[in-house]
Design a protein around this ligand. Sequence first.
Ligand code: 5RP
Length: 229
Amino acid sequence: MDAKERAGEWAASQVRDGMAVGLGTGSTAAFFIRGVARRVREEGLKLRLLASSSYSTILLATELGLPLATLEQVDALDLYADGADEFDPQKRLIKGRGAAMVREKHLVHLSSRFLVLVDPSKRVERLGTHFPVPVECLPFSTGLVRAELVKLGAREAIVRPAGTSKDGPVVSDQGNFVIDARFDAAGDVAGLDDAINAIPGVVGHGLFTRYADRVTVAVGHADRVEIIG
Ligand code: 5RP
C-alpha cells in the first residue's frame, strides 16, 4: 500500500453507519472513496453521500455504484475527507491542484469533521512553499483579478492552461477560469485569504485558513498513518 492509499483507507475506517459523508477530489480522495464503496458493499453501511466536490468525483462515485445525495438535500456533513497540496503546522491548507477548491470549500464548510489525507510531501513550514494559490474567477474579471493579486504580493499570477486536452485555459466545473498565484511563502495567510476574497470577480480560492478546529490531518507513510489531530 502506498502512502496515499494508506491515508485514504484510514479515513474510510472512520465512517460509521448512518453518517452524512462528503467525498473530496483527487488521487488520495479516490482511495477514500473506493474504501467507502467497499465498506458499503461488504458491511451494508447506510450513508448519505455527497460527491459534489467535483464532476470528477461524481463520475467516480457513480461508477462505483454509490447512491448520491445532492447539495440541495444536505445541509450538514458528519465527515468530509479530501486531499491537500500543502498543510502547515497550524493545519492550514492550500488546495486546488485539481481546480475543485470552490466546491471543496463549500463541503468543508458544511462538515463538523474534516479529514485531510496526504502523503509526507505535502507538509510545509509555510504555505506557498511548493504550490501556487489557485484563484477561481469569472472569465471577464481575469485581467482585474491578476492585477489585484500582483498588488497583494504575488510574483506571478498566470491563467492555468488546459494543456494538451484543450486549447486555452482550464475551465472549472462552474465555467470559470483559474489563476495560479505564486506568493513568496505567504506570511499573513489569514489576511491573504480575506484579501483575495474581496477582489471583484473572485469566486473562491484554494487557501483554507479558517477550518483548523475541525481538521484532522492523516499523513500516510509506507508502513503507518500519522494522525495530527
Ligand atoms: C483538488 C484538490 C486535491 O485534493 C489536492 O490537489 C490533492 O490532490 P492529490 O490527492 O491527487 O495529491 O485540492 O482540487
